[in-house]
Design a protein. Structure first.
Length: 132
């Protein structure tokens, strides 16, 4: 299943309808649905927030194979940003030693079993895998 969404915050409601419909058809449990919804929300918001000059829709797809769900987000008009190459966030550091940013990506990496990134010809492809 795959669908494209306009790159604005108003699309989030439609994205959740799409994700929940796919999750129901795949018979996913609540915990898995929650993980997928949170990860997609974080990444979609980052795509529109940090690449506000993009004009193309963002594609979201889900696939169920071999006891795992694969989620794909494709931004067809983007600048490179490799979320897999970020420094780890030290969540145990005292607040005064922390620097802003990175918690959302940290959350995505914790929620999902695999996170991969590809960039070519102004197209960002993010692949998330959740084992069932």
């Amino acid at each position: 299943m795959e669908k494209s969404f306009a790159r604005n915050m108003d699309s989030l409601a439609d994205i959740f309808v799409f994700l929940n419909g796919a999750s129901e058809s795949f018979n996913l449990d609540e915990r898995t649905r929650y993980s997928i919804n949170m990860a997609v929300e974080e990444l979609f918001i980052n795509m529109i927030k940090y690449d506000s000059g993009g004009t193309e829709d963002i594609s979201v797809g889900l696939q169920l194979n071999d006891n795992r769900v694969t989620v794909r987000l494709v931004d067809y008009d983007s600048e490179p940003f490799d979320l897999t190459d970020l420094d780890e966030v030290d969540i145990d550091a005292p607040l005064e030693q922390r620097r802003p940013g990175g918690l959302g990506i940290h959350l995505v990496k914790c929620l999902m079993d695999e996170v991969s990134y590809q960039y070519k010809d102004r197209t960002t492809r993010i692949r998330l895998v959740k084992n069932l």
